[in-house]
Design a binder for this molecule. Structure first.
Ligand SMILES: C[S@@+](CC[C@H](N)C(=O)[O-])C[C@H]1O[C@@H](n2cnc3c(N)ncnc32)[C@H](O)[C@@H]1O
Length: 229
């Protein structure tokens, strides 16, 4: 952006507002103590170098929140590798404490903007990508903040291996419709339910606090699943 004669770097539009909230001492301590075991930084081989080799099938969850999904799936599938990315440090601190307490070894976490971290993942290295209940940004003037866009789906598609799957869920109908259209516009992804259709809720998808709240408000939940072709 040019302002007068000055070149000013445009600030990226983010899908989150950096509001850390209060971090407990236990969460702060967990981040300091456990980061060297579970934490990953942006680098060109985000997946390959971070997980033990035996974890050949790698799942990425974007926006893991409190980590209920990552924790449940990682415990159920000890041979799989799981990577979580979220921008919210207190949630990461909470999850780290549970990973330690429950001796879960096949999870690694990245803290930051998925729009910046995901592009650093090696192409074709993920077997699944999960994005459950991305912030809906309901006001029209905020739609530009939504994480799922055709461009971002293109990046996600590039990171999936052939026949790898992307699973998205939202309780915001208008966002869900925008997402199925965006999937349709992404050449490397094929909607598993058919043209512009929603999928059944996968039976392995754990119920999160966020989803529970949506259901209590009477919201319908929409699942979208797409395969890398
Ligand atoms: C509405 S919450 C849903 C959390 C969780 N998936 C669930 O179902 O309970 C959305 C989450 O996405 C995270 N988030 C939003 N934008 C993000 C971004 N660009 N990169 C990483 N995390 C993001 C937020 O910090 C928050 O934890």
């Amino acid at each position: 952006m040019l302002v007068g004669d000055l070149k000013v770097a445009a600030r990226p539009i983010r899908s989150f507002v950096r509001r850390e909230g209060r971090m407990t001492d236990a969460q702060k301590n967990a981040l300091e103590r456990l980061w060297s075991t579970y934490g990953i930084e942006a680098k060109s081989d985000l997946v390959g170098k971070s997980l033990p080799q035996k974890n050949s099938r790698v799942t990425l969850e974007i926006g893991f929140g409190d980590g209920e999904v990552l924790l449940a799936l990682a415990k159920k599938n000890p041979e799989g590798g799981f990577i979580g990315i979220d921008s919210h440090r207190p949630g990461a601190g909470r999850l780290l404490l549970r990973l330690e307490r429950e001796a879960v070894r096949n999870v690694r976490l990245g803290i930051g903007d998925a729009a910046e971290l995901v592009p650093t993942i090696n192409p074709g290295s993920l077997s699944q990508i999960l994005v459950f209940f991305p912030d809906p940004w309901p006001k029209k003037r905020h739609h530009k903040r939504r994480l799922i866009t055709p461009d971002f789906l293109g990046v996600l598609g590039e990171k999936l291996q052939l026949n790898g799957c992307l699973y998205i869920a939202t309780d915001w109908q208008e966002y869900a419709e925008q997402i199925v259209h965006a999937v349709d516009a992404t050449p490397v992804l094929c909607n598993q339910a058919g043209h512009l259709a929603f999928s059944e809720r996968p039976d392995w998808r754990p119920l999160t606090k966020y989803e529970q709240r949506g259901l209590q408000l009477g919201h319908q939940v929409f699942d979208i699943s797409a395969k890398k072709i």
